[in-house]
Design a protein around this ligand. Sequence first.
Ligand code: GNR
Ligand code: NI
Length: 170
Amino acid sequence: MSTLPIVKLPDPILRQTSTPVERVDGEVLKLADDMLDTMYDAPGIGLAAVQVGVPKRLIVLDVSETDEPDPLVLFNPEIKSLGAETRIHEEGCLSIPDYHIEIERPASLVVGYIDRDGKPRELAAEGLLATAIQHEIDHLNGKLIIDFLSRLKRDIVVRKFKKMAREPSA
Ligand code: GNR
Ligand code: NI
């Protein structure tokens, strides 16, 4: 396995809509393993393929709070249902370093996906996992956490990251 460079704001690839994985083959399985490596190395609790420059509908997650890792790999994840209750969580994003924002989202969900063996599955999630799955699926649709801000606040953040991309030391 190997780590991959993480694409950062304002790279326009982050705004692309990712396309479905047609077939779970060795190539996308290798990509999933490299994404897990990249996520653990960062460290982060989730990663979408577009964040390593590959706009395919593939996400990896691990919200385990123990020493025991619990890697999840979801191809073509699709939200089947959302719970009525919401939760607010302070979210970060590996593509927007050192930036955090409180976001209110449904507290539970059921997600359909294709697993590593190419089999369709469903997963019921709540708490941090439900939050993280929604954050990752947003990435597949070109959506970022700054889109929960007003236009004015979002533009200020984008400008700051554009400036940092120009002058990496600033
Ligand atoms: O590592 C991450 N932490 C996190 C915290 C709260 C809600 C969502 C996340 S996902 C983020 C990694 C990332 O950017 N995934 O796209
Ligand atoms: Ni993110």
